[in-house]
Design a protein around this ligand. Structure first.
Ligand code: SF4
Length: 663
């Protein structure tokens, strides 16, 4: 018996208003694991370079992996896959919450959306039955949050169903902002790559889903044992307690201390009063204790960590602000450092605005910071900027520009196509201020400072702009240990805890193990290991924090759960091989779209010395980056000159049929 997935996907063709249910082969499932893996294969086969991301032939695939809704811990992610309107490359983005779990329990592994509707609608999937419902009333009137509420009301009124999940777009998606996000039940966001704009072009305002079926398991007893083992690892992880209390928020202090803040669009690492305004200490007073918090909309299904919080601001200009999930470090770095907003409440307000408007907060923050730098340098002004001074640190102006981007008003129209496109239009030296990788705005901290593998992962991330699809871990910088997450401060114990084969540990950390974020030594292997592991997790539908944030689970645990759930026996090595296959197919997709080694590059700013802060003078060396990148290529089996997977590697991964479209 095959369990874990249904081997069914539903295709919704908006142009013909047709709905088809299709099955797929077990061998395909085994080869590409499921979830993102299968979705990548479908995109690769169907959406070629002639299909513009906004063409009706582009598809948007919402997929759930084989562990979703089985009871496997942290298996809750819905992965969206499309050709990205921001980068022109593969668009990958995922979100937590309950959407994926409902999809799976509705009897499908994936929904594939094709074509373009004649008028705005929302898709309603109720235990496998698909209906297209009119959304003219809410289109252009409702933001993403009120869309979620309106759709919930509509479903309850017509079907009496309250237990559902809704993904929705805001005005940014409707107005085809190229980094528009998809918001799931308010606080969960598939932010990157512009999936919201693809839905907007297709005139899909929301997708609501309810599922009540039980997902079959091939070997329930064995599966239960594997789940219990994984759960124990999660609960015993040295980072568990603090991570579940505050997620990654404490890292803001650590990043400041090492001099890696991306202040003022990466022009400065010194951000005024950071320690007083932007650290865990400054945030804690607004965090509602978990026992009292209303976290209904912020929870993720089957997660023992529940890292989201509710925050309430009870004083000052943001009094009354109340959001969930807001305690990650991301809005603090994106808006606090890049744009210099006044404090944590202002950064959370930016997050709330981005969620309501349906904007990816990382790209949006970069766009605002880019505009501020352009104004600082006198490259823009008058016309599109209206009365705005675009002064660093002006909360109100940041809020205004975010709205303008979502509605494509004034300078917002220029920024809505992405920073790289805006810089091209402005011309001259504007491209120096466009901090992008593969045309995707860069998220996070400064790559000139430490964390060599973390940052190298950004360069080879198939979606560009961050390392979330490759190396988003804490172990290299001992992030969590250094901010008090870990009780084990000894390198040997930290490495011992990892679920990683001995020879890989030795190759990465040496023997005896030493964790050093500043060296490139061992980092190529680290990049390879974590890139494949992340790909496996995305394909299974598991939150990456299970292996990166916490270091709890690894291929052994995933292989045990996958094999027991599906009945398809795969060992840890085979699972990682399948991850490698998917990762290479994503790379090949980008190659078909024209990407070569030239796109695995840093913006020129990072090859100039930092001018201030604790890491003053730090600078990337072109030779060192080239050498490290070539080492990664070598390990990956990619050609050093072009960056393409070699024919030998493709044969080894059984991707020769797919290679015909590439070579
Ligand atoms: S760790 Fe946090 S983001 Fe991940 S599944 Fe759990 S609650 Fe969701």
């Amino acid at each position: 018996m095959i369990g874990g997935f249904w081997r069914l996907f539903v295709e919704v063709d908006l142009s013909s208003e047709g709905v088809n249910v299709k099955t797929y082969d077990v061998e395909l499932a085994k080869k590409f694991i499921g979830g993102t893996g299968l979705a990548t294969k479908i995109l690769y086969d169907e959406v070629g370079p002639r299909v513009d991301p906004f063409d009706e032939d582009n598809v948007l695939i919402a997929s759930s992996g084989p562990l979703v809704a089985t009871g496997a811990p942290m298996a809750c992610r819905v992965d969206l896959v499309t050709r990205s309107p921001l980068t022109g490359l593969i668009g990958l983005s995922n979100a937590g919450g309950f959407w994926a779990s409902h999809l799976k329990r509705s009897g499908y592994d994936m929904v594939i959306i094709r074509g373009q509707a004649r008028s705005p609608l929302y898709i309603w999937i109720n235990d496998g039955k698909v209906e297209l419902r009119d959304a003219c009333e809410i289109w252009s009137r409702y933001d993403a949050w009120s869309t979620v509420e309106a759709v919930r009301r509509d479903v309850e009124e017509h079907y009496g169903i309250k237990d559902l999940s809704v993904m929705a777009i805001g005005p940014a998606g409707e107005n085809l902002v190229r980094y528009a996000s998809v918001v799931v039940d308010k606080y969960h966001v598939a932010g990157r790559c512009g999936c919201g704009a693809v839905l907007g072009k297709k005139k899909v305002k929301a997708i609501a889903i309810h599922g009540s079926r039980k997902v079959p398991l091939a070997n329930p007893q064995k599966f239960r044992e594997a789940v219990m083992k994984a759960l124990r690892r999660i609960l015993q992880d040295p980072s568990y307690k603090l991570f579940s209390s505050f997620a990654s928020l404490p890292l803001s202090e650590k990043i400041m201390r090492k001099g890696a803040l991306p202040g003022r669009n990466w022009q400065t690492a010194e951000v005024k009063n950071w320690n007083a305004r932007m650290t865990l200490e400054a945030a804690v007073r607004y965090i509602v204790p978990k026992g009292r918090a209303d976290l209904r909309e912020a929870r993720c299904s089957h997660c023992p960590v529940q890292c989201f919080n509710q925050v309430e601001v009870d004083e000052g200009p943001f009094k009354g602000l109340k959001i969930g999930g807001g305690t990650f470090v991301r809005p603090i770095l994106e808006f606090g450092a890049k744009c210099g907003v006044s404090g944590i409440p202002a950064a959370w307000r930016c997050r709330e605005l981005c969620n309501r408007l349906g904007l990816d907060e990382a790209s949006a923050a970069c766009a605002v910071a880019f505009a501020m730098e352009m104004r600082q340098r006198g490259r823009i002004g008058g016309g599109g900027t209206g009365e705005l001074k675009l002064a660093w640190g002006s909360d109100e102006e940041v809020f205004k520009v975010l709205r303008w981007i979502a509605y494509r008003e004034g300078i917002g129209n220029l920024l809505a196509d992405g920073v790289a496109a805006a810089a091209k239009r402005i011309g001259g030296d504007a491209e120096e201020a466009a901090i992008v990788v593969k045309n995707m705005e860069l998220m996070g901290s400064d790559p000139r400072v430490g964390s060599r593998a973390w940052h190298l992962g950004t360069l080879i991330n198939p979606r560009g702009g961050d390392n979330v699809r490759t190396t988003h871990f804490g172990i290299e910088g001992k992030h969590f240990e250094s901010v008090g997450f870990h009780t084990r401060v000894n390198d040997e114990l930290l490495v011992e805890w990892l679920d990683m084969p001995r020879e890989v540990k030795r190759g990465i950390f040496g023997d005896p193990p030493v964790i050093d974020e500043h060296t490139f030594k061992g980092k190529a292997l680290m990049v390879k290991w974590y890139s494949l592991l992340t790909t496996v997790m995305n394909a299974l539908g598991v939150c990456i924090f299970a292996s990166m944030g916490l270091d709890a689970l690894g291929p052994t645990h995933y292989a045990e759960m996958y094999s027991a759930a599906t009945g398809l026996e795969l060992g840890p090595g085979e699972l990682m091989k399948a991850g490698e296959r998917i990762f290479n197919l994503q790379r090949m997709y980008n190659a078909r779209m024209g990407a070569r080694k030239e796109m695995d590059v840093w913006p020129s700013r990072f090859y100039t010395p930092m001018t201030d802060g604790p890491a003053r003078g730090a600078c990337l060396s072109r030779d060192a980056v080239e050498e490290a990148l070539c080492e990664v290529y070598e390990l990956m089996g990619w050609d050093r000159q072009s960056g393409l997977p070699t024919k030998r590697k493709l044969e080894e991964l059984e991707l020769t049929a797919e290679a015909c479209m590439l070579y």
